[in-house]
Ligand binder design. Structure first.
Ligand code: F6R
Length: 616
């Protein structure tokens, strides 16, 4: 393959360039209140949501009873808004689904009269039918989007709704009930000077401040203004006015008392803090995260252990990286506590949950708490009487609210699309829980401290350099294989995922013993293979696998406490007992990171990926 050149990165020196890919997740930010800088406030809010990826953006404000719009394709970057001062504004970053990447298709979209500006996350699955009906009734469409149908629907409902202080939200609720699919919608009305929003599926959070009401799709964008938040639940709507906010049930149309939560995260935690990108920042935060869990989470581990003991059967469930954490958990619970629990991917659990019922415990693992595959299967399991526990990083997320028992990981905002610190946080929690099951939690705390120290050592300059040099040797390769046994088997899956999703090098993880059952056919002279060889009962067998690869010319990159003649390259990771699996996760994170930089990819925004996958 040919690698483009000339991009410079602080971690690589002058080097290569390439594609910066987009991520399918739209952002919403809105404000109404006494401040007159709504255009800048909204623009700034959208910048905070940039990490999710988008291909166009837009802002609407009110001026002299008219909507003023600014819509552009491409990145916000250092863009300044040319909109006039206003006390109300609504903005959106769009990742195109219906209709190409054009100014016209960027949100907000207007109704026929230009009174309403609408933005939307999600997909209106019955939009073709709605658009046909609305066109037949005389509405003019200016874009190809499904979103614009909502603008015309709200326009019709507004005309039917009696005047009153909550007219806008009532009209939105009536329109929202006609939509199929999972959607979050917000509308700005220049006549009332109000904002309204409604959601099913996609997250929406309200922010309470002294000088106005805020709305965002991701609450980290609100942190600069407030830590007092209301997380809208499924099928809830909200009215935002300069005098306050009200929350409604979409099904009944009745108001409900909003739950206001003071979230723990601080605004600074969501910034780069001197790192060149969020991926390297979050990799470097892992020692702190692991130590915090050792220090603070023993009571959570105890109560999760109690729930496991009381359950007739326990299922650990997650998607992607969180699934790999759950699978490591299965090994840790067996090894440390002699307890056999099941594992399932979130998207597969639904096919099993119908066999569950009262007495069963499902432990959902999710960084975002918004992954639809997890949420759907957990809702179904809960409806059958299964008890639901969750290891989740985002306070107030849908999973956080759904679970009967929640362990908040406390890893802080994870803004790189790649899950890193949330993964090691899950492993640390599972290690504590495994030890809590056998009353040895003090031992686990000490192990976590040693794991944190070992991760610090791995992040020292010379070891990062070592991994960067290995990346330089292999970045033109098409394939990378990773093998591990026992708890290192799910870690091999995770290592391969880290490498492939950020560098686009094809990487596959295998249980060490499986290689000879077929995959070994792919090993050619020079094929790089990462061999996870900790000092445990898997060591001798995994080294036999390494020898088989070497005999066929494979290049062995050993991750183990000691060097071995079989290794072409050695990444030392000290033996920290059962916590070795936590430290062992870091080399592949760094390898993926350097491979991405060398191949000219943006480490924070891999192509085609969303930070939280809210579609099936
Ligand atoms: C990989 C990655 C994904 C997520 C998966 C689940 O780096 O980030 O595989 O782990 O989409 O997301 P959460 O944990 O938010 O449910």
């Amino acid at each position: 393959m040919s690698i483009p050149t000339s991009r410079s990165h602080p971690d690589l020196g002058p080097r290569r360039t390439g594609l910066v890919a987009s991520v399918p997740m739209c952002g919403i930010f809105g404000y109404v209140g006494s401040r007159q800088d709504a255009p800048w406030l909204v623009l700034d809010g959208l910048k905070k949501l940039e990490y999710r990826g988008y291909d166009s953006w837009g802002i609407a404000v009110k001026q002299c009873d008219q909507v003023q719009l600014e819509k552009r394709i491409g990145k916000i970057g250092d863009a300044q808004t040319t909109l006039p001062p206003s006390g109300i504004g609504l903005g959106h970053t769009r990742w195109a689904t219906h209709g190409g990447v054009t100014d016209e298709n960027a949100h907000p979209h207007l109704d026929c009269a230009g009174r309403l500006a609408i933005i939307h996350n999600g997909i209106v699955s019955n939009f073709a039918e709605l658009r046909r009906t609305l066109s037949d009734r005389g509405h003019t469409f200016r874009s190809e989007t499904d979103t614009e149908t909502i603008a015309h629907l709200v326009e019709e409902e507004l005309a039917r709704t009696e005047d009153g202080p909550d007219r806008l939200v009532c009209a939105l609720i009536d329109a929202f009930r006609q939509l199929e699919g999972l959607n979050a919608v917000a509308v700005l009305d220049v006549t009332s000077g109000h904002l309204a929003a409604a959601k099913s599926g996609s997250p929406l959070t309200l922010g309470w401040t002294d000088d106005g009401a805020l709305l965002a799709s991701d609450y980290s964008a609100l942190l600069e203004h407030t830590r007092k938040m209301t997380f809208l639940d499924e099928n809830q709507a909200a009215l935002l006015t300069p005098n306050g906010m009200r929350v409604y049930d979409v099904q009944t149309g009745q108001t409900i008392v909003p739950v206001i939560t003071e979230v723990a995260w601080q605004a600074e935690a969501a910034n780069l803090g001197g790192f060149p990108d969020f991926l390297s920042k979050e990799i470097h935060e892992q020692p702190t995260v692991v130590r915090q869990i050792a220090r603070d989470k023993a009571p959570d581990a105890d109560s999760l252990a109690r729930a496991i003991v009381q359950a007739r059967e326990t299922h650990l469930v997650g998607c992607g990286t969180a699934a790999h954490a759950a699978l490591v958990g299965q090994y840790l619970l067996a090894r440390v506590a002699g307890l056999r629990v099941s594992f399932a991917n979130g998207s597969e659990f639904g096919y099993l949950e119908r066999f569950l019922g009262p007495g069963a415990l499902a432990v959902a693992h999710s960084q975002s708490g918004e992954t639809i595959d997890i949420l759907e299967s957990m809702r179904a399991a809960k409806a059958r009487g299964t008890t639901l526990a969750a290891l989740v990083n985002v306070e107030g997320s849908s999973l956080y609210r759904l679970a009967d028992q929640t362990v908040l990981l406390g890893a802080g905002p994870e803004r790189s699309v790649l899950a890193t610190k949330s993964f090691t946080a899950m492993l640390a929690m599972l290690l504590l829980t495994a030890h809590a099951l056998v009353d040895r939690i003090g031992e686990a705390t000490a192990l976590l401290e040693r794991a944190a120290t070992e991760i610090e050592a791995l992040l020292a300059d010379w070891r990062r350099d070592l991994i960067r040099q290995i990346a330089e040797r292999i970045y033109c390769q098409e394939h990378l294989f990773v093998i591990g046994r026992g708890p290192s088997y799910p870690l091999a899956l995770e290592a391969a995922l880290k490498v492939k999703e950020v560098s686009y090098v094809h990487a596959e993880g295998f249980a060490g013993g499986e290689l000879k059952h077929g995959v070994i056919a792919l090993i050619e002279p020079g094929t790089p293979c990462l061999v996870l060889a900790p000092n445990d009962e898997t060591h001798a067998d995994i080294m036999s696998g390494a020898m088989e690869i070497k005999a066929r010319g494979g290049m062995i990159i050993g991750v183990s406490p000691e060097p071995d003649p079989a290794f072409d390259h050695h990444i030392p990771v000290a033996d920290v007992g059962e916590a070795t699996v936590i430290a062992q996760a870091v080399p592949a994170q760094l390898l993926g990171y350097y491979l991405a930089l060398l191949r000219g990819h943006d480490p924070d925004k891999p192509r085609n990926l969303a930070k939280s996958v809210t579609v099936k």
